[in-house]
Design a protein around this ligand. Structure first.
Ligand SMILES: Nc1ncnc2c1ncn2[C@@H]1O[C@H](COP(=O)(O)OP(=O)(O)OP(=O)(O)O)[C@@H](O)[C@H]1O
Ligand SMILES: [Mg+2]
Length: 236
């Protein structure tokens, strides 16, 4: 579904990603974990077309999509749930969901999409006319997830969904992510909460200082003492 080969991304002269290669197979949920400043957000933003690749290629379902703008990637089935949710906080829940299906390919499926996400998140159906910025953090994360689902993605990029949420809410968010994955959507999940992320993933990658330092199944990563000590300690 997604193949990243030797990706390099910089901010000005500062390299943020160096020679990163990874794959997300059709229907796979791949977790990318790593500490603050590792380059995780840079990675998903580059895949979503928000940052240019200095070198390397990004392929989506076999097609070289390197350098395509975000709207072209959205039309090819890619959706991003950005770090910090990025809701339109002065707009209602439903207005935020409408933004998820603004592309022509998704617009025709608005009613079906709303029915699906309201079924998945009954609280959002109740609060469809509420201003998004007045919701709790967990509810805002649900809006961000639902907005991405409105685009009917084949590949979902999720950047730190647990950020700033209480453990009980984090557990719910990860249940939702697992359910979306089960429905057939391929997922690249970025998390600092390694324990949670590796509990829902079949494979994980560790990113540090802009480079991949390990890739493997959760058991393989856990079996490496250096990786466990440096990266797998945290989480709830
Ligand atoms: N807009 C920017 N301009 C310059 N440098 C940036 C910019 N955004 C990020 N960086 C730098 O790039 C590196 C990678 O940042 P990035 O946000 O991708 O890390 P991250 O793994 O997502 O971290 P976090 O866990 O804090 O979200 C860091 O050194 C960061 O300071
Ligand atoms: Mg980040």
């Amino acid at each position: 579904m997604l193949r990243i080969e030797s990706l390099c991304v910089s901010y000005g002269d500062a390299a943020a990603l160096t020679d990163v290669s990874l794959d997300v197979a059709d229907g796979e949920l791949l977790a990318v974990i790593g500490p603050n400043g590792a380059g995780k957000t840079t990675l998903v933003n580059a895949v979503a077309g928000l940052l240019p690749a200095r070198a390397g290629t990004i392929r989506l379902a076999g097609e070289n999509v390197t350098g395509l703008p975000p709207r072209a990637l959205a039309d090819r089935g890619l959706a991003l749930i950005p770090e910090g949710r990025r809701l339109f906080t002065t707009m209602t829940v439903e207005e935020n969901l409408d933004i998820g299906c603004y592309r022509p390919a998704a617009r025709g499926h608005r009613a079906e999409g709303l029915a699906r996400v309201y079924d998945m998140f009954p609280i959002l159906a109740q609060r469809r006319r509420q201003i998004a910025g007045t919701l709790s953090g967990g509810q805002q994360q649900m809006v961000a997830i639902a907005r991405a689902l409105m685009a009917r993605p084949r590949l979902l990029l999720i950047d730190e969904p647990s950020l700033g949420l209480a453990p009980i809410i984090i557990a719910q968010v990860f249940e939702i992510i697992a359910a979306i994955h089960k429905s057939g959507v391929s997922i690249l999940l970025i998390e600092q909460n390694a324990t949670r992320a590796l509990a829902v993933a079949r494979r994980g990658c560790v990113l540090d200082c802009g480079a991949l330092v390990a890739t493997g199944t959760p058991a393989e990563l856990d079996a490496r003492g250096d990786i466990r000590a440096a990266y797998l300690g945290g989480g709830h």
